[in-house]
Design a protein around this ligand. Structure first.
Ligand SMILES: O=CN(O)CCNC(=O)c1cccc(Cl)c1Cl
Ligand code: NI
Length: 186
């Protein structure tokens, strides 16, 4: 299971590279990578286990963040009501955003990243709605339409696969300025 010591930090060149496409069928190593990344998210979202293993909670984790420059990311976006099923849960492989809204969306709380130790305050304008095509661990292709929080998280993860970090999107002069009619997501 991954611990914080396994997470690559800003400054490590792996975080600024374009990750390589993943080939199918998955090798045993890539299957384990997918499982371990999702496991990290599940454990980090359990308050007791998160504390026990001294993790930072996450709703996504991309392979470059564990030092593997491959196009794979685990996403686990819980529903607001914990009794409901997650808004999105899957390991997205070779993801491609095939269409995106002109309208922006941004989290009112800003974003954080396991690979960025410092807080970077400010809005991170992203597309509020996306159509995402990806392969799952079985090689099945999915095409899903996502909006608001799950869409934001998937864009954060796909950025990691392109060597982009969330603060790259924050307006340097006016960090809490967002384009007009941006959907503010709480
Ligand atoms: O790349 C994944 N991480 O760095 C895990 C830690 N950050 C988060 O879970 C997180 C927090 C806030 C907003 C977004 Cl969009 C995300 Cl993704
Ligand atoms: Ni991140």
């Amino acid at each position: 299971m991954y611990l914080m010591k396994d997470i690559t930090r800003d400054g490590n060149p792996v975080l600024r590279k374009r990750a390589a496409k993943v080939s199918f069928p998955l090798s045993d190593e890539d299957q384990k990578l997918a499982k371990d990344m999702m496991k990290y998210l599940e454990v980090s979202q359990d308050p007791e286990l998160c504390k026990k293993y001294k993790l930072r909670a996450g709703v996504g984790l991309a392979a470059p963040q564990v030092g593997v420059s491959k196009q794979m990311a685990a996403v686990l976006v819980p529903a607001p009501d914990e009794d409901e099923k997650p808004l999105f849960k899957d390991v997205i492989i070779n993801p491609v955003i095939v269409s995106e809204s002109v309208q922006y969306g941004a989290l009112t709380e800003g974003e954080g990243c396991l690979s960025v130790d410092k807080d970077v305050p400010g809005y991170v304008p992203r597309h509020d709605r996306i159509t995402l095509r990806y392969q799952d661990v079985n090689g099945e292709t999915h095409k899903v339409r996502l909006k608001h929080y799950p869409a934001i998280v998937c864009q954060h993860e796909i950025d990691h696969l392109h060597g982009v970090l969330f603060y790259d999107h924050i307006n340097k002069d006016q960090p809490f300025e967002a384009p007009a009619d941006t959907v503010m997501i709480s």
